[in-house]
Design a protein around this ligand. Structure first.
Ligand code: NAD
Length: 368
């Protein structure tokens, strides 16, 4: 097999996890890395995430067959400008990892045009609140969507070559136009982050005059606001590089809030019922819980008594089944989330676990 040199610029959570996946799929490839700070560079070298590392972005670029820019969006665009003026390998493939795509693809088309360079945008749609090479995880992108956004510098074999490079991630590869990517993610990711942070701010202000707010906040409130703990810098650059789509979603939502206010003022019971019912039906039809997308897995809920060794008993039954996550929701028993929640990677594991628990225990088991 042909040996290649892969340059991962930015050994943070995403870059270092990508490097691990590349090594898993192609142990014969040489992976070299750039990182600005010493910490992640040292961690990446110590853990064998990269074979060599530099703090000078320009140093390794001319050696690479494929370059992955895994730095914040603004730096990604700055690095594209720098790459435009370097003497790179003929036909080098450049890609990125940024959470928005249109501005990056536009910058690549502008600065790299007329050069013997291939460019396709990428967005690995998984992450976590952790950062740095220390948090690198070879399984981070398993079953997650890995999006490619072609540019005018994408050739017929550019995306297949990237898919092959990244095969060790075990992700789900999808191609989508950069502008459409930014539209869709504004609705399902960027705007929800604004709502989560606004809700937290509102609850924070409110709790100053209503002391019990923080004690009662559980279950649904926690699910709605978990993403408010995300890294502020990343989300600032996302909003600033997808402004129009996000502003459209905000305007649209304001109208929806006005609509429900009017129904409440008018005491229109049927219309309010319809409002909740529509939301419920749309969520069911989207089958969100069934998809291992950005953040969703196959969840099993077990209503367990508060007794010694119950969790151990269940884990023992599930020995040999790979779990993605397990958590015990004790704060709130008002809904289905007040119990043991076990997440699986696929439906087969979920069904297997459901069968085992039903067969060997009397605990109530729910799938959603
Ligand atoms: P991170 O903070 O873990 O790492 C960022 C990397 O960029 C580090 O190596 C850091 O040293 C480097 N960096 C930061 N500022 C720099 C500068 N001014 N000059 C040079 N290098 C600089 O972040 P991450 O989560 O790995 O994010 C990297 C990219 O991946 C971003 O574009 C982000 O939008 C995208 N992304 C993140 C997630 C996520 O959930 N974390 C998911 C998908 C895509």
């Amino acid at each position: 097999m042909e040996e290649k040199t892969i340059y991962v610029a930015g050994l943070g959570l995403i870059g270092a996890s990508l490097a691990l996946g590349i090594k898993r799929g192609h142990p014969d490839y040489k992976v070299i890395g750039y990182n600005r700070s010493d910490k992640s560079r040292e961690v990446a070298l110590e853990r064998g995430i990269v074979d060599e590392a530099t703090s000078d972005f320009k140093e390794f670029a001319p050696l690479a067959d494929i370059i992955i820019l895994a730095v914040p969006i603004k730096q990604t665009i700055d690095f594209i400008k720098i790459l435009a003026n370097l003497d790179l390998k003929e036909n080098v493939i450049i890609t990125d990892a940024g959470s928005t795509k249109f501005e990056i693809v536009k910058a690549a088309e502008h600065y790299l045009k007329d050069k013997p360079i291939q460019f396709a945008g990428s967005h690995p749609m998984a992450g976590s609140h952790k950062s740095g090479a220390i948090a690198a995880d070879v399984n981070l992108f398993e079953n997650a969507y890995y999006i490619f956004s072609p540019s005018s510098l994408t050739k017929a074999d550019t995306i297949p070559a990237l898919q092959d490079l990244l095969s060790g991630l075990h992700a789900r590869y999808v191609e989508i136009d950069a502008a459409e990517h930014d539209q869709v993610t504004s609705q399902i990711s960027h705007f929800p982050h604004i709502i989560a942070s606004s809700l937290m701010e509102q609850a924070g202000d409110f709790s100053e005059s209503h002391e019990m707010t923080k004690h009662f906040a559980a279950g649904g409130f926690r699910d709605m606001t978990r993403i408010a703990e995300s890294e502020p810098g990343m989300w600032t650059s996302i909003l600033l590089t997808n402004s129009q789509a996000v502003l459209d979603r905000i305007e649209n939502f304001k109208q929806r809030l006005d609509g429900i206010s009017d129904l409440i003022k008018a005491k229109d019971e049927d219309a309010i019922w319809e409002f909740f019912n529509r939301g419920r039906q749309i969520r069911k039809n989207m089958e969100i819980h069934k998809r291992a997308g950005v953040d969703s897995f196959y969840d099993l809920y077990v209503d367990v008594p508060d007794e010694e060794n119950v969790i151990l008993e269940i884990l023992e039954l599930l020995r040999g089944t790979s779990l993605v996550n397990i958590r015990i929701n004790e704060e709130n028993r008002e809904d289905i989330n007040g119990i043991l929640q076990i997440s699986f990677k696929n439906e087969r594991d979920l069904k297997r676990a459901e069968g085992l628990i039903r067969k060997h225990t009397n605990y109530r088991v729910y799938l959603n």
